[in-house]
Design a protein around this ligand. Sequence first.
Ligand SMILES: [Zn+2]
Length: 222
Amino acid sequence: MYGRVRKKRIVAAGVLTLALVFAVVFAVVWRSCARTQQAPSYDLWVAGIPVTQQILPEGYAGRPGMKRKVRQIVIHETANTSRGANAKSHAKYLLEYAKDTEISWHYTVDDHEIYQHLPEDEVGWHAGDKLTKGGGNQAGIGVEICINEDGDYEKALINAEKLTAHLLYKYDMTIDDVKQHADFMQKNCPTLLRDSGRWEEFLQKTAEYLKTEQNDSSETQK
Ligand SMILES: [Zn+2]
């Protein structure tokens, strides 16, 4: 009789210890999972789109570091339809390639996020017109729109329109200050927008988003 009670107690203690060990292991695993599942932190948001600032280091060939006044937005398309050729992969590409090569632009936009590669008040090498005063490189903010086949081009367009409207508003510019890369050199860029005859539509939607920005700010000023 006495022995059976003791045996029961030992079994109960064993079960309790096991449960405790399981609980600790579960808690540790759960915490580490929760940590890795945390949403990535973004540097800022523009019109509801997350922006990561991955600015090219000073001294890179792609970052001449020349300050200027922003006078226009220069729209490009990446011309890269490969799977995964999104904003993030272009940021990675620039970080490697712009070190020794004079190539750069300010923003890459895809269907879900934006990467910034240069400060807005610095010259970039994207328009092919060297340092022509008031030209695409010297006075433009270069925006690349992704056309990767596994991305949603329509969404990327909307995000680019919103970013462009935001920049127009920020620098007190008008819709006439939105230019194509093709305005500065003989190159069919932004290719899809030009070939599909949708450039006017891009401008029209950007103008609508600009109006929204202006209305929003006058609301908050009231
Ligand atoms: Zn271009």
